[in-house]
Each structure stands twice: as structure tokens, then as C-alpha cells.
Design a protein around this ligand. Structure first.
Ligand code: NAD
Ligand code: UDX
Length: 465
């Protein structure tokens, strides 16, 4: 395989956009085109307001866009020109049919593979960047082969993405490892080498690991399952702490200082959100069930169940503390994104908590520094969340700043760990709240002693106050 000079990426989302921007930054001699079916998304990538908020992304895009980085809806041209094509399309959980609610829906991956097969006029390396079930590369290869034109050959690689939202640019620039899986043949090894030559521009060779295709696909699901498992483990212990008087932060510190365990991903919270953890574990559970590995499936399912329990436990705690009724009360939710430094709300715990409080009759005010009002209403009125969108529209107001959102409220619920929430003037906020004034810190980011000295009633995760 000759040197790669032209890359195309199908899917201009949270992964395709940042990943290809960093490739363009680090490989100035390579032309990178990110192509998407959505005209609106591509127009946003070509505008001053990018479709996703990600620290550092604007600067990288501004440096490369129009130089060697292009965002386009001309998918045919992008495929024709490229020697290497990333498939970075969405792989959501199926909502209908066999495996509904658990299996990954591969219709977009299949669509992308068919587009490549129908368009390509010369050899292509097709790289699966989307998170997929084990053996998905085989399906892609089958589609490509069944539609192969004379003289065109394909190599399919697996190159899962490990970036986390909110830190995507840093994660891409300083990746712990890059994982590439490919066919164990001379053609397969050449394709792996071609992709390595791209990452070689900035990732040390020892951090680029190569495996067989199925190990690579499974490693991505495994990494997310392990990370989510740590959160569910500490969250399960947060319930024990609340019942006994232990403090989950102290427990996490004591446990995490064991170098075999490590301190990361032990932050007890209102529950994990985001587009990946739940979807990928459900996918793993489904795969295990299909392989008749029922005990293994049940083991990983517990990680999800514990997360559901945590979200529901926290919501119940709020209602109980407010004299067992929030009907007619103003409650301010600070943070709607699933974590700080992103505007992404997919599977955000805030959706669950807001919905519970709405169903209990509360009047909900929401403020998030990066989530648009339309997105909040879209999430809360989605048919999978509520059967009464009118109730949501009647009982939810979105605010543009934290102070006005809190004014006149009976309680504040911190759902996202945005830095600005730690620096608010809580004295001022307290003066303008209904009394007794409550704060429920679902992220353990506030100074609870200080809040209590102001007069707040404070409740948090994993600690009795
Ligand atoms: P996304 O929904 O933000 O973006 C996917 C994009 O693909 C959409 O814009 C959609 O229009 C486009 N698309 C669908 N079919 C297409 C086609 N045939 N041709 C061109 N474009 C097409 O999704 P995302 O968050 O970027 O995730 C993409 C994949 O990466 C998923 O498999 C996900 O599990 C995985 N992943 C996501 C993250 C994350 O943090 N979001 C991290 C690691 C891995
Ligand atoms: C995750 C993986 O980290 C990343 O490697 C993968 O590529 C995509 O999925 P992401 O979902 O973007 O990334 O963010 P992450 O930082 O993992 O947080 C996920 C959720 O877990 C968030 O809701 C976060 O607040 C929560 N979390 C994280 C905790 O509750 N406690 C922790 O200790 C860490």
C-alpha cells in the first residue's frame, strides 16, 4: 500500500469531527475530508459556531479548515479520492425488532459500507472507528466483497476511539494508546502499517498496539464496561456510606491509593450518563446472551442496573427531603449536560431527575452553560421519557444564568459538575430562595460546611450531613 495522502471520514459527529481535525493538524501533508449526510451538521462545521462544544476544538479547526481539512456533504467525491476511509457513524441501541433495547443498530455502519462499495473505483482501507459488536468488521467486509468492482480490493481494520467528551482534543493528542486490529495476512499487515504511519506523526510507536480484528472490537466494549463498572462500584458503596456514616470520598481515596486499583473513575455521582457507557454495555450483554453466556450477561447487566438505582435513589432522596412532596415547588436543576465541558445531553442523569420531579408535580427551572433550550425540551418531551409533553412544556423553564434560575426556588439540585457552580455566590442565592432552602449536590463539588453555615439544608451522595 502506497503512502496515505487522502483520508475521508464518514460521520461528522463527536468522534469524526475532533478525530479528523487532530489528524489534519498533525499530518499537514494529508488531505482530510469529513463527510456527513446531514447538510445542517456540515454547514455548522463550516461556520464559526461548531456543532459540538469541546475545549480546544475551535482552535484546531480554525488552523486546518480550508488547508487540509474539509467538511463536505459530497460523500461520493470524498470516497473516490480517499485511500483510507474511517467509518465514524452512530451505532445507537436498537429501538425496534430483534435485540430491541440492547443490541447495537448497525444500519448506519451498513449504509456507510454500501456507499463505499457502490462508489469506490480503486483499493481502499476501510477503518471501523465506530464502536461496534465483535465481528462487525466481518459484516462490513462481506458487504464490500459482495459488491466489489473488478480491480478493487478492500482491507477492513478496527481502530476504536477512546476519547472522552470534554477532553477530546487532549485525549487525541496524548492518547494512552491507539489500538488497531486487522486481518492476520500480508495484506492485512500492510493496511495496519498504513494506518500506523498516520498515527506515527504524533503517537509514540510503543503506544500504538496492534491485535487481531476481534480483539480490537472487543477491547473497546471491554474498556467502557470496566470504566462504567468502577463508577457503579463506587456508587453502590455510596449507598452503604449514607446508611452507615462512612464518607464515600474517604473510601474512594483509601481504596484508590492502592496502586493496583488506582484513583481514577472513583468519583461517586448521581450516575453515569453519555452516549457510550450504557449503549456499549447493553451491546456487550446482548452479545453474551447470543453466545449463551448468560452468567456473563447478567454480570455486566448489573453495572447498568446499579446506575439506574443510583439515579432513582437520588431522585427519591430529593422528594423525601422536601417533606415528601414537590408539587407546586420551584426546583432549580444546575447542569443538564452529562458531564462538564460538553453540551452533549445523551443519557444525561439530569433527564431522569428532571423527569421524576416533573412527574411529582414540581415546577422545574434548568440552567446549563452549554446546552441550548431546544435540546432540553427535545430530551424531556421525547416519547421514551414522557407520555405528557404538555406537562413538560408547562412545568419547565430554561434560564440563561444560575442566579435567576435559583431565585424563588425551594431547592437546588446540582446534576453536572461545571466549575462555575462551585464559584457561585451562595450567600446571594440563599437570600432569594424560599425557606427552608435545600441544596442536593449530586456531584460532590460544593463546600457543604460553608453552605450549612449560610443556612442551607445540604444533602449529597455517599455522605450523611
Ligand atoms: P454522532 O451521532 O455524533 O455522529 C454520527 C454522524 O454520522 C451523524 O452526524 C450522522 O449524520 C452521520 N452518518 C450516519 N450515517 C452516515 C453515512 N452513511 N455517511 C455519512 N455520515 C453518516 O455519533 P458520535 O458520538 O460521533 O459516535 C460515533 C461512533 O463513535 C459511535 O459508534 C460511538 O459509539 C463511537 N464513540 C463515541 C464516543 C463519544 O464520546 N461520543 C467516543 C468513542 C466512540
Ligand atoms: C467514555 C469513555 O471514558 C471514553 O473512553 C469512551 O471513548 C467514550 O465513553 P464519555 O462518556 O465521553 O467517555 O465521558 P466519561 O468521562 O467517561 O464520563 C461518562 C460518565 O461517567 C459521565 O456522566 C461522568 O460524569 C460519569 N463519571 C465519570 C462519574 O460519575 N464518576 C467518575 O469517576 C467518572
Amino acid at each position: 500500500m502506497a503512502k496515505i495522502t487522502n483520508i475521508c471520514c464518514l460521520g461528522a459527529g463527536y468522534v469524526g469531527g475532533p478525530t479528523c481535525s487532530v489528524i489534519a493538524l498533525k499530518c499537514p501533508e494529508v488531505k482530510v475530508t469529513v463527510a456527513d449526510l446531514s447538510k445542517e451538521r456540515i454547514a455548522q462545521w463550516n461556520s464559526d459556531k461548531l456543532p459540538i462544544y469541546e475545549p480546544g476544538l475551535d482552535k484546531v479547526v480554525k488552523t486546518c479548515r480550508g488547508r487540509n481539512l474539509f467538511f463536505s456533504t459530497d460523500i461520493t467525491k470524498a470516497i473516490l479520492e480517499a485511500e483510507l476511509i474511517f467509518i465514524s457513524v452512530n451505532t445507537p441501541t436498537k429501538i425496534v425488532g430483534n435485540g430491541k433495547g440492547r443490541a447495537a443498530d448497525l444500519k448506519y455502519v451498513e449504509g456507510a459500507a454500501r456507499l463505499i462499495a457502490n462508489t469506490a473505483q480503486n483499493d481502499k482501507i476501510v477503518v471501523e472507528k465506530s464502536t461496534v459488536p465483535v465481528k462487525a468488521a466481518e459484516s462490513i467486509a462481506n458487504i464490500l466483497k459482495a459488491n466489489q468492482k473488478p480491480g478493487v480490493s478492500y482491507q477492513v481494520l478496527s481502530n476504536p476511539e477512546f476519547l472522552a467528551e470534554g477532553t477530546a482534543i487532549d485525549d487525541l493528542l496524548n492518547a494512552d494508546r491507539v489500538l488497531i486490529g486487522g486481518e492476520e495476512s500480508s495484506e492485512g499487515r500492510k493496511a495496519i502499517e498504513a494506518l500506523c504511519s498516520i498515527y506515527d506523526h504524533w503517537i509514540p510507536r510503543e503506544n500504538i498496539i496492534t491485535t487481531n480484528t476481534w480483539s480490537s472490537e472487543l477491547s473497546k466494549l471491554a474498556a467502557n464496561a470496566f470504566l462504567a463498572q468502577r463508577i457503579s462500584s463506587i456508587n453502590s458503596l455510596s449507598a452503604v456510606c449514607e446508611a452507615t456514616g462512612a464518607d464515600v470520598s474517604e473510601v474512594a481515596r483509601a481504596v484508590g491509593l492502592d496502586s493496583r486499583i488506582g484513583s481514577k473513575f472513583l468519583q461517586a455521582s448521581v450516575g453515569f450518563g453519555g452516549s457510550c457507557f450504557q449503549k456499549d454495555i447493553l451491546n456487550l450483554v446482548y452479545i453474551c446472551e447470543c453466545l449463551n453466556l448468560l452468567e456473563v450477561a447478567a454480570y455486566w447487566q448489573q453495572v447498568i442496573d446499579m446506575n439506574e438505582y443510583q439515579k432513582s435513589r437520588f431522585s427519591i432522596k430529593i422528594v423525601e427531603a422536601l417533606f415528601n412532596t414537590v408539587s407546586g415547588k420551584n426546583i432549580c436543576i444546575l447542569g443538564f449536560a452529562f458531564k462538564k465541558n460538553t453540551g452533549d445531553t445523551r443519557e444525561s442523569p439530569s433527564i431522569f431527575i428532571a423527569n421524576t420531579l416533573i412527574q411529582e408535580g414540581g415546577s422545574i427551572r434548568i440552567y446549563d452553560p452549554k446546552v441550548e433550550e431546544d435540546q432540553i425540551f427535545e430530551d424531556l418531551t421525547h416519547p421514551s421519557i414522557t407520555h405528557s409533553p404538555e406537562l413538560v412544556r408547562k412545568n419547565v423553564t430554561v434560564y440563561q444564568d444560575a442566579y435567576s434560575a435559583c431565585e424563588g426556588c425551594h431547592a437546588i439540585v446540582v446534576c453536572t459538575e461545571w466549575d462555575e457552580f462551585t464559584n457561585l455566590d451562595y450567600d446571594q442565592i440563599y437570600q432569594k430562595m424560599m425557606k427552608p432552602a435545600y441544596i442536593f449536590d449530586g456531584r460532590k463539588i460544593l463546600n457543604h460546611q460553608q453552605l450549612m453555615s449560610i443556612g442551607f439544608h445540604v444533602q449529597t451522595i455517599g455522605k450523611r450531613i
